[in-house]
Design a protein around this ligand. Structure first.
Ligand SMILES: *Cc1c(COP(=O)(O)O)cnc(C)c1O
Length: 362
């Protein structure tokens, strides 16, 4: 018997994607932006003053928070900054779900959700997405019956990349008794032609939180910076009560502001990723893979013979060629690979390697 709480002893930890050390690998496994952060971030980093770290950072980060609020056309008290999107999820769990209370999630989705729910000793209620990875009509009812306090969905959906519309999300927010957290970790990669603007949800609903992160769109996964948008009451419960007072360090405040201040640069990288996404899908389709239209910076690809044996073999074969993609040993995902959209050059190397692997005698 250990000293930890029984739910901690019983749970399994999060299994994160590999972070290989070698520079030469082609890393298409954890959905980072393949382009560097804005030059403004490098500049801010170079001119940062170590002596400024002597004192505590601002507890409320007004400059960065206002910049974020302006970007989403909200007020600063509708924004709370977090140590990566992952802390936002943990804080939402802490704030809205008690021990033995219900937590709802779409299945499949981000595998951190059930881990955080297990830490909170919450009861997990999974709603199976339909064949097109959409929320089924009866899903919300079952969560309400179970008294679910918080439901997380990810949009664009991970790992499929499919997109729910704002009216669909609005209907879901209305249908749910508890809080709906829309995890928009990948929203920066949605084609502007889609006209997707979820900030309207915040204005129309008192039970919606939207999660954003600098990790993917702004090429700052190493910094650990994210935020939640929501109605004032939801945000103040977190901002004023459950978060650590200094949860955003001074460097993150500085670099985050530099990054979000350079929208032109960020948009350019998103455009590049979208262009590369089209080309990558075309290349993979030619090799016999199939993937739904993705609005994120990854593709969920069913392997040519639709078998889990082939998916595993290709994952391993790529790995031996120093190309990392993600394989999930989970229902509906075993015969697929999740491939991050890299630079055009990285994607071409991937296609060439897959072509070789598929031609090799097995
Ligand atoms: C990457 C990601 C996050 C947040 O990641 P952070 O690096 O902690 O900001 C949240 N949800 C999903 C689905 C993600 O893929």
């Amino acid at each position: 018997m250990g000293y930890e709480r029984t739910n901690i002893a019983a749970m399994a930890g999060y299994s994160y994607g590999e972070q290989p050390e070698a520079e030469s690998v082609i890393k298409l496994n954890t959905n980072e932006n393949p382009y560097p952060p804005s030059p403004a971030v490098q500049q801010a980093l170079s001119s940062a003053d170590a002596n400024a770290l002597r004192i505590y950072p601002s507890a409320t980060a007004p400059e960065l928070r206002s910049a974020i609020a302006a970007l989403h056309q909200l007020d600063a008290d509708q924004v709370v900054l977090t140590h990566g999107g992952d802390e936002a999820l943990r804080l939402a769990m802490t704030t809205f779900v008690g021990e033995n209370q219900g937590f709802g999630m779409a299945e499949p989705s981000y595998s951190l959700y059930p881990v955080l729910a297990a830490v909170a000793d919450a009861n997990i209620h999974r709603v199976d997405l339909d064949d097109n990875w959409h929320w089924p009509p009866q899903g919300s009812e079952s969560l309400n019956r179970a008294g679910v306090k918080l439901t997380c969905i990810v949009n664009p959906h991970a790992p499929s990349g499919t997109l729910a519309t704002v009216p669909e999300l609005s209907a879901l927010a209305t249908a749910l008794d508890g809080v709906l957290l829309v995890d928009e970790a990948y929203a920066d990669f949605i084609d502007p032609d889609q006209g997707y603007d979820s900030s309207k949800l915040i204005k129309d609903h008192d039970n919606v939180l939207i999660l954003r992160t600098f990790s993917k769109g702004y090429s700052l996964a190493g910094l650990r910076l994210g935020y939640l948008l929501g109605a004032r009451d939801l945000i103040s419960a977190i901002a004023e009560k459950t978060r650590d007072s200094y949860n955003i360090d001074g460097l993150s405040q500085l670099l985050g502001a530099a990054s979000i201040g350079d929208q032109a640069y960020a948009r350019q990288t998103w455009d590049e990723v979208r262009r590369a996404r089209v080309a990558l899908l075309a290349g993979l389709t030619q090799l016999g893979f199939s993937a739904p239209a993705s609005h994120a910076n990854f593709l969920l690809c069913e392997v040519p013979d639709a078998s889990s044996a082939q998916a595993q073999a290709l994952y391993q074969g790529l790995r031996e060629r120093h190309i990392y993609v993600r394989y999930f040993d989970a229902p509906r995902l075993r015969n697929k690979l999740r491939i991050t959209v890299g630079t055009q050059e990285q994607n071409q190397s991937l296609i060439a390697a897959l072509q070789q692997l598929l031609q090799a005698p097995t």
